[in-house]
Design a protein around this ligand. Structure first.
Ligand code: MLT
Length: 313
């Protein structure tokens, strides 16, 4: 028969395995989700829309759609999807909440080690023709107190990995009980206490009204001199300008930052500072995580378009 198949619109680069899930049950179309007019034109006629983090799926997109049933975010956060607008139109929103948690935790570890041992600066110097061993002294992770801010799935994976470095792990998370933290071998503290005690602070939080700017100038003032700060979660959890000031003053020893208030960006006060290691939101960018994110959401989309129950991932 020539009965038309449901249309799946892919608006960002997803792992090839995503397409394998769809097979020929659906018609797959591609569009560049950052090209707004193209996206709005393509979403008309689409039954499902798949995005990563660059496509803004807002009321305008829903208004331009005529038969959209499901929006899928191939990742953890739903920052770029206006969920209330979807709900209002009866559009289901799915994500892949566990697809990239290990990758995110591993990237936080990578940033921490890169800062502690000054890997990028030393690399740049050596490639530039210098052999300057005395310029790149570092610090050990062993015996340090590591403060994990946000002890959810990613925070726990980060803590577990840091524990192998023979550290003391403390955490702040108002939604985790002290008993559960104790089971994990982690001492639960107030944020103020964590700031005062930690030699290393890594944030693992979603960005919400509650967490935005959680660590600002006042909080940074409370930290230990020389503290290393890592953010591979969301831009704006730590105030970027306040962090830059605290590094410039020498109070904060260094920072590893993967996420920024505005993304994409090529300008941040942090980019000019020597003790900072930055990456362009790469926490989820591994072959394994992208594979999982793509196939997890593709399976949910498949179920949704078949009219079947979509279980929580
Ligand atoms: C996430 O929310 O899963 C990550 O920020 C995703 C990504 O980089 O695609």
């Amino acid at each position: 028969t020539t009965a038309s198949r449901p249309v799946v619109l892919i608006a960002e680069k997803l792992a090839p395995s995503t397409l394998d899930v769809f097979g020929d049950e659906f018609e797959v179309r591609q569009v560049d989700g950052t090209d707004r007019p193209a996206l709005l034109a393509a979403v008309a006629g689409a039954d499902a829309l798949l995005v990563r983090s660059a496509t803004k799926v807002d009321a305008e997109v829903f208004a331009a759609s005529d038969r959209l049933k499901v929006v899928a975010r191939a990742g953890v956060g739903l920052d770029n999807v206006e969920v209330p607008a979807a709900t209002e139109r009866g559009v289901l929103v799915v994500n892949a909440p566990t697809s990239n948690i290990v990758s995110a935790a591993e990237h936080a570890v990578a940033l921490l080690l890169a800062v502690a041992r000054r890997v990028p600066a030393a690399d740049q110097s050596l490639r530039g023709g210098e052999w300057k061993r005395s310029s790149f002294g570092g610090v050990e992770i062993q015996h340090k107190t590591v403060g994990v801010v946000g002890l959810g799935k990613i925070g726990q994976l980060f803590a577990q990995r840091l524990a192998a470095f023979n550290t003391k792990i403390v955490a702040y998370d108002p939604y985790v009980s002290a008993a559960r933290a104790a089971q994990l071998g982690i001492e639960l503290l107030s944020l103020d206490e964590l700031l005062r005690r930690a030699d290393i602070i890594s944030v693992h939080l979603p960005k919400t009204a509650e967490t935005k700017g959680l660590i600002g100038a006042e909080q940074l003032k409370q930290t230990k001199p020389g503290v290393i700060i890592v953010n591979a979660a969301r831009g704006g959890l730590i105030d970027e300008d306040a962090l830059a000031d605290a590094i410039r003053s020498g109070h904060v020893g260094g920072a590893g930052i993967d996420v920024f208030v505005t993304e994409p960006t090529t300008a941040s006060p942090l980019f000019e500072l020597p003790n900072v290691v930055v990456t362009p939101h790469l926490g989820a960018s591994t072959a394994e995580a992208q594979d999982r994110a793509g196939t997890d959401v593709a399976r949910s989309v498949q179920l949704a378009l078949r009219g079947e129950f979509v279980p929580d991932a």
